[in-house]
Design a protein around this ligand. Structure first.
Ligand SMILES: Cc1ncc(COP(=O)(O)O)c(C=O)c1O
Length: 387
């Protein structure tokens, strides 16, 4: 279910009776597109690589349609989705830029994919044959995905000769793009180099076989920020960085986080030393304490693993999460912040005053990665758009 969207101009206006919402700053996404452009503009083999924005999974939780519209307005070259449904939703919302369907699961929708002008990613001969049949003689353009080490999707190096031989029987099919996906661009340069070496071999074999793909692409956000001119090829597929989360802590200083998650203190209690807090009493006060109850829980996508580990911001200061995160509620220890009261704004992720809880910090506290933190924000949290 898509998240309800509310266009308001100020974070003081709240969209529902419950004071919990996510503020999405669309100008930050446009700004981040500019940052990515300057990285690929500086350093691509072709002088200027195209930027395709990855907006799968509801634009990593930010809202598929508003994000795609803003990116299109800002001149993004194309969009990547995982699912056919996501691509069709974009076309229904009048998004006109090229849309690449990454996951390659088409069910019986081959004709509909072509009618909507979506570009399919193909990694099996059977998929290519199904699109050619569905096109009834009209030309078909696909991006061919090869597996250079991710071991997930893609034609393997061993399968490549037979797939190329099979494609010879499909003269109406054009390989418009050749792509692979990097498994460890944020952590393992050697593995990335090996993948890129294999990819170069595949490109050479494809060209030797008479194909001349217009687009060659491998880089995700980490690949875009860490690889050199040659490895951007002439297109990069960027998700995380566009939402203002740097793929590695030491790059992308100019990126602006596009999402803040806000809630409110809805109750307070003074507890004596030794008092249990929350389900299963996973926390007991070690002193006389002030405990604040915040209107957000794992039903909203705050990961339960953040219980007793993460913090939130109140009045520009950090307050530790105490006890287990429940479905709708989470407790903070505000003993050190005596001025805090019911009704105070709480920032779960993002900036408040000079303090900030980044997606990366929240991910570390929850034992996961920033992708999961932002994508996990549930549909019941209204998204409030600022631009
Ligand atoms: C095939 C493919 N390309 C690009 C991306 C974008 O990755 P990132 O969000 O790290 O930029 C993804 C996302 O997982 C992907 O699956």
């Amino acid at each position: 279910m898509p998240a309800p969207a509310h266009a308001v101009s100020s974070s003081r206006q709240r969209p529902g009776s419950r004071p919990t919402f996510a503020e999405v700053n669309l100008s930050a996404i446009a700004h981040n597109l500019g940052c990515v452009r300057s990285v690929v503009g500086r350093a691509s083999r072709a002088g200027h690589a195209q930027v395709y924005a990855v907006v799968k999974a509801d634009a990593y939780g930010h809202g598929l349609i508003p994000v795609a519209h803003r990116l299109e307005e800002s001149g993004v070259d194309g969009i990547c989705v995982a699912l056919v449904e996501e691509g069709l939703a974009l076309r229904a919302a009048q998004v006109e830029v090229p849309i690449l369907v990454l996951n390659g699961v088409y069910g019986r929708d081959h004709a509909e994919v072509l009618r909507a002008g979506l570009t399919p990613v193909v990694y099996e001969l059977g998929q290519a044959q199904a699109f050619v049949r569905a096109a009834e003689g009209r030309p078909v353009r696909i991006h061919l995905k090869v597996d250079t080490g991710m071991a997930r999707l893609g034609v393997s190096l061993d399968e490549l000769p037979s797939v190329l031989a099979g494609l010879d029987h499909l003269p109406s099919l054009r390989i418009e793009g050749l792509m692979t996906h990097l498994a460890s661009a944020d952590s393992d340069p050697e593995m990335t180099a090996l993948q890129l070496e294999r990819f170069a071999q595949v490109e050479a074999r494809l060209r030797a076989h008479g194909h001349n793909p217009r687009f060659i692409h491998a880089a995700n956000s980490a690949g875009t920020y860490t690889s050199n001119a040659d490895t951007h090829y002439n297109l990069v597929r960027v998700g995380l960085a566009l939402y203002g989360v740097a793929p590695l802590p030491e790059v992308g200083e100019d990126l602006m986080p596009a999402m803040r998650v806000l809630s409110q203190i809805i109750a307070m209690r003074d507890l004596p030393r030794g008092a249990p807090v929350g389900y299963s009493a996973t926390f007991r006060t070690s002193r006389d304490s002030r405990i604040a109850t915040v209107a957000i829980g794992y039903g909203d996508g705050l990961l339960r693993a953040a219980g007793n580990r993460g913090s939130m911001l109140v009045r520009g200061q950090r307050a530790p999460i105490v006890g287990a995160v429940a479905m709708d509620l989470t407790c903070l220890d505000v003993t050190e912040l005596p001025e805090v009261e019911v009704g105070d704004e709480v920032v779960v992720m993002g900036q408040q005053g000079k303090a900030e809880i980044s997606a990366r910090e929240l991910a570390q506290a929850s034992g996961t990665i920033p992708y999961e933190v932002i994508t996990n924000l549930s549909a019941r949290v209204p998204r409030v758009y600022r631009d």
